[in-house]
Design a protein around this ligand. Structure first.
Ligand SMILES: C[S@@+](CC[C@H](N)C(=O)[O-])C[C@H]1O[C@@H](n2cnc3c(N)ncnc32)[C@H](O)[C@@H]1O
Length: 199
């Protein structure tokens, strides 16, 4: 209830200006940047491979490009069923045009064609329907390297107007419980972060 009230209040405040060169209409990322920095700092400057399920306008993508995928050989693969018109320009502004591969497909299709044991970090932030989140999680597990990090957004998301197909939480809880021997829990709050310990 408090979260919804704060969210409503935040919509009334003037929007913080975008950094020069960027164009965003939503900000679902900035509140999590500190956690991203904490867990992903060791990947910065390495030839890491990152995967984002649900990229929208590229706000998280751009942060990853500027703060983690900084090595010349680093890559960011983005999956989104809807390509936002500003996505490419934002990626360009972040200096990441040559590093980003955008897959304009539902994640359930795209994830089945990506390389296994390849990614250092996977961010699950696409569909919030329970079954979709579970499928994204199970398919992502095989794509993640041992030692890699899997993060889920919106663990506590529960918007009664939008949850006809359920919420992420039951899927994340089931996945964490069933895959417990293969992961170490890094964080559990508004997001859930896991480190894969074995394949
Ligand atoms: C919350 S937004 C992502 C925000 C982004 N990660 C960020 O932090 O800036 C969710 C995105 O997931 C996409 N999406 C929803 N269902 C999807 C699906 N089944 N497959 C791929 N993308 C999906 C939507 O089009 C939307 O752009």
């Amino acid at each position: 209830m408090l979260r919804r009230y704060l969210w409503f209040l935040s919509r009334l405040l003037p929007k913080r200006p975008d950094p020069p060169g960027f164009s965003f209409s939503e900000d679902w990322f900035s509140a999590h940047a500190k956690r991203f920095r904490k867990h992903l700092a060791p990947l910065a400057g390495t030839p890491c491979h990152l995967l984002e399920i649900g990229s929208h306008e590229g706000r998280a993508t751009c942060w990853l490009l500027q703060n983690v995928a900084t090595h010349a050989d680093a890559t960011v693969t983005c999956i989104d069923g809807v390509k936002q018109p500003v996505f490419d320009a934002n990626v360009e502004a972040a200096g990441g045009a040559g590093k980003v591969v955008f897959l304009n497909q539902p994640s359930r299709d795209a994830l089945r064609h990506l390389p296994q044991l390849h990614y250092d970090f996977i961010y699950v932030d696409g569909s919030h329907a329970t079954i979709d989140v579970l499928e994204d999680a199970v398919l992502s597990f095989r794509l993640l390297k041992a030692g890699g990090i899997l993060a889920f957004d919106d663990y506590k998301w529960d918007d009664s107007r939008l949850r006809e197909h359920g919420r992420p939480k039951p899927a994340i809880d089931a996945f964490v419980s069933l895959y417990a021997p293969k992961f170490a829990l890094l964080a559990k709050g508004s997001q859930v972060w896991l480190r894969k310990t074995q394949d």
